[in-house]
Design a protein around this ligand. Structure first.
Ligand code: GAF
Length: 384
């Protein structure tokens, strides 16, 4: 994580005011991909990359937001908030401001400096980290607080309703509710969750294919629509299936023939992934790393095959990890079509694993991947 003292100084120099500081982490998803918007299960962990936010009040009614990553400031009028995003980085913080205003909070003028080290466009939830850091910062000015699950829903709405991306709730939820050294099994229907300790001997090795990932663009919403089309066919026979969470593999056997081929494949992934995710949490809880690794491998195959959510580089990153000393399980993580793989690796082998995987990937593609040995971090909080 970036040094909060540096952020404080940046904010002081620019805005001549003493800020309150907040941090919100990015995440890696161990298993459960494209199941959140189907009201299913996911099992992410927060990582030691975060967005930091510094905030101080202003008396001129302006909202000034400076991004150190983009080296740009954008200014808004607190009394005339835009209704929708404008396709700019400031949509993410302003989406949160707009949703909080819609919840009845009177938004005062403030200066906000944001600075993150969650790699952008890598499927590690840099957007959610910005939203959550902003939410904590703005709530501190408004003098309000929300329970974690409620705040996660508000941040998700910022992205759905203001930014215009059709993401589920996983990323915002884990950024807020994560616990250090734990993965979190979330039931995306009722937002109940279970924490599963990640043993000390296991490292999270995150390998960036360097292929850009985006939730807002093309393929993510297409996959979501295809999954929902399959669900609608099942629901036409069985009314109590509003989401694929409620569907079974038997449903696909019975009515899959009425589906177009792509929706059928997407549904097979989502239904199987829900079962795998619950099983993976049980395996983690009883310390059965072998079974967890097997489920991760199966999940990757399904994500790449039936869901067609991978890409050549991510498939290769998973394949190249096979047989390396210490590997427990590897799969593409996050929204897909690029981004990072998550590798569970024996801690004592992690550095060697990362070096060798990087070498193999560079030899295959001529690209140097960023590979990070991470640990599961705590959720968003106030720093000072
Ligand atoms: C992205 C989305 F933001 C999440 O809500 C989730 O759907 C994920 O892709 C896929 O599992 O991170």
């Amino acid at each position: 994580m970036h040094d909060p003292a540096v952020l404080r100084n940046l904010h002081r120099d620019r805005y001549h005011a003493e800020p309150a500081l907040f941090a919100a982490p990015g995440r890696v998803n161990l298993i459960g991909e494209h199941t959140d918007y189907a009201e299913g299960f996911v099992m992410p962990a927060a990582i030691n990359f975060a967005t930091l936010a510094a905030i101080s009040p202003r008396s001129d009614g302006k909202i000034a937001i400076y991004s150190e990553n983009y080296e740009e400031e954008k200014s808004y009028d607190a009394a005339a908030l835009p209704a929708k995003g404008i396709g700019h980085w400031s949509d993410y913080p302003m989406g949160v401001v707009s949703i909080l205003a819609g919840e009845g909070h009177r938004i005062p003028g403030f200066s906000l400096t944001i600075w993150g080290d969650v790699p952008l466009g890598s499927g590690l939830s840099s957007s959610a980290a910005i939203e959550v850091a902003t939410a904590l910062a703005v709530l501190s000015q408004v003098g309000a607080e929300y329970p974690g699950p409620v705040l996660a829903r508000l941040c998700q709405r910022a992205e759905n309703e203001y930014v215009g991306s059709s993401c589920g709730i996983m990323d915002q939820f884990i950024s807020i509710n994560a616990k250090e050294n734990h993965a979190l099994l979330l039931d995306c229907r009722d937002l109940s969750y279970k924490l599963a300790p990640i043993p000390d001997h296991v490292a999270l090795v995150i390998a960036n294919t360097m292929v850009k990932h985006s939730v807002a663009g093309g393929d993510y919403p297409t996959r979501r629509r295809e999954s929902e089309a399959a669900c609608a066919i099942i629901a036409s026979h069985r009314a109590n299936v509003p989401f694929l969470r409620d569907a079974t593999l038997e449903d696909l056997e019975k009515w899959g023939s009425e589906m177009e081929p792509k929706p059928l494949m997407r549904a097979r992934h989502v239904i199987g992934e829900n079962l795998r995710t619950v099983a993976a949490c049980e395996a983690l809880l009883r310390g059965d790393m072998k079974e967890l690794g097997r489920l991760m491998a199966e999940a990757h195959q399904s994500y790449s095959g039936d869901f067609e959510g991978s890409c050549v580089e991510a498939d290769a990153m998973v394949e190249l990890a096979q047989g390396l000393p210490g590997l427990i399980g590897a799969r593409l993580t996050g929204g897909g079509f690029g981004g990072c793989t998550v590798n569970l690796v024996e801690q004592k082998e992690a550095a060697g694993f990362a070096a060798e995987l990087g070498k193999r990937y560079t030899a295959r593609f001529g690209i140097v991947p960023q590979i990070h040995v991470c640990h599961a971090s705590s959720g968003a909080h106030r720093l000072a």
